[in-house]
Design a protein around this ligand. Structure first.
Ligand SMILES: Nc1ncnc2c1ncn2[C@@H]1O[C@H](COP(=O)(O)OP(=O)(O)O)[C@@H](O)[C@H]1O
Ligand SMILES: [Mg+2]
Length: 249
C-alpha cells in the first residue's frame, strides 16, 4: 500500500503540494493525471524519499518514508521500481550494463555474460531488440531510452512500480506495449502502481482508479466511470480538453 497523508511541499515561495491525501491499495493501479507543472513528479518522488514533505507523511509498505532509517529506506526502495520521466540511464554504461545493475540489487554483481539472457528477456518485454544491448543511451532515440527505463524499473521484480510518463513520446504501438506491460504486471504479479500520464485513453485502460491533481490537491479520485461521470466543472474541462468527445458520451 502507498499512502500519502496530508502531504505539503513548497519550493521557495512556490507551494506545489497543499495537503495531498491518497491511498493506493495493494495490487491497485492508480493513474495520476494533471496539468504540466502541477506536482505529479514531485508527488512520486516523495514515495522513494527523493523529496521529503514539509508536512504530512508518505507510507510505503508500512514504512514512513520521511522518517525511515537509511537501512529501512534501502530495503523499501528495493521493492519499488521507478520509471523516471527522463529515463535517467547511466550515460557512460551500455544498455546491457544499465540493466544488469538493476538486476543485481542485492549487490552481488554477476558477470555480464551471466545476466545477458535475463537482460535480453527484459528488453523483449518492452519491445526492444537485443541489438541495443551494446549501445549507449545517447545512441538510442528518446522513445527507446524510455522503454529501457521501464525495463530497468521492473528488472528486480518490484512489488511497487512508479511510472512517470512511461508512454510520453512513444509511437502508438510501443505505447500500447507499455500499457499492456503495466496491466500484465498488475495482473500476474499483483504489482501496486502509480502511473503518471497525459494519455487519457491509456489512463482509462490501465487504471483501476484515476486521480486528478490540480493546484496542489487531489481534485478528484475514483474509478474511470466515476471520473467520466463527475459533475465537477474542473474535472469535466480537463477530460474534455484531453479526451475530445468521448468524455461527453
Ligand atoms: N527539486 C525542485 N526544486 C525546486 N522546484 C521544483 C523541484 N522539483 C519540482 N519543482 C517545481 O515544482 C513544480 C511541479 O513540478 P513537477 O512535479 O515536475 O510537475 P509535473 O506535474 O509536470 O510532473 C514545478 O513548478 C517545478 O518547477
Ligand atoms: Mg512530471
Amino acid at each position: 500500500m502507498i499512502e500519502y497523508r496530508g502531504v505539503w511541499k513548497q519550493f521557495g515561495d512556490d507551494s506545489v503540494l497543499s495537503g495531498v491525501d491518497l491511498t493506493v491499495k495493494e495490487g491497485e493501479t492508480l493513474v495520476l493525471l494533471g496539468p504540466s507543472g502541477t506536482g505529479k513528479s514531485v508527488l512520486l518522488k516523495h514515495a522513494i524519499g527523493l523529496l521529503t514533505p514539509d508536512r504530512g507523511d508518505v507510507i510505503v509498505d508500512g514504512i514512513s518514508i520521511p522518517r525511515a532509517t537509511p537501512e529501512e529506506l534501502k530495503r523499501v526502495r528495493r521493492r519499488i521500481g521507478y520509471v523516471f520521466q527522463n529515463a535517467a540511464l547511466f550515460d557512460s554504461l551500455t544498455i546491457a550494463r544499465n540493466l544488469a545493475l538493476a538486476l543485481d540489487t542485492e549487490g552481488n554483481e554477476r558477470p555480464l555474460a551471466a545476466v545477458r539472457p535475463e537482460v535480453a528477456e527484459l528488453l523483449r518485454r518492452v519491445n526492444l531488440d537485443e541489438d541495443v544491448l551494446d549501445r549507449y543511451p545517447a545512441e538510442l532515440s528518446g522513445g527507446m531510452r524510455k522503454r529501457v527505463g521501464v525495463a530497468r524499473a521492473i528488472a528486480s521484480r518490484p512489488r511497487y512500480v512508479l511510472y512517470d510518463e512511461p508512454t510520453t513520446g512513444l509511437d502508438p504501438v510501443n505505447a500500447e506495449t507499455i500499457d499492456g506491460l503495466i496491466v500484465e504486471l498488475a495482473e500476474e504479479l499483483g504489482v501496486t502502481s502509480i502511473v503518471v500520464t497525459h494519455d487519457l485513453e491509456s489512463a482509462f485502460q490501465v487504471g483501476d482508479r484515476v486521480a486528478l491533481l490540480t493546484e496542489g490537491r487531489l481534485r478528484a479520485c475514483g474509478t474511470p466511470e466515476e471520473i467520466l461521470a463527475s459533475e465537477d466543472p474542473v474535472v469535466q474541462r480537463f477530460m474534455h480538453r484531453r479526451f475530445g468527445t468521448a468524455a461527453a458520451q
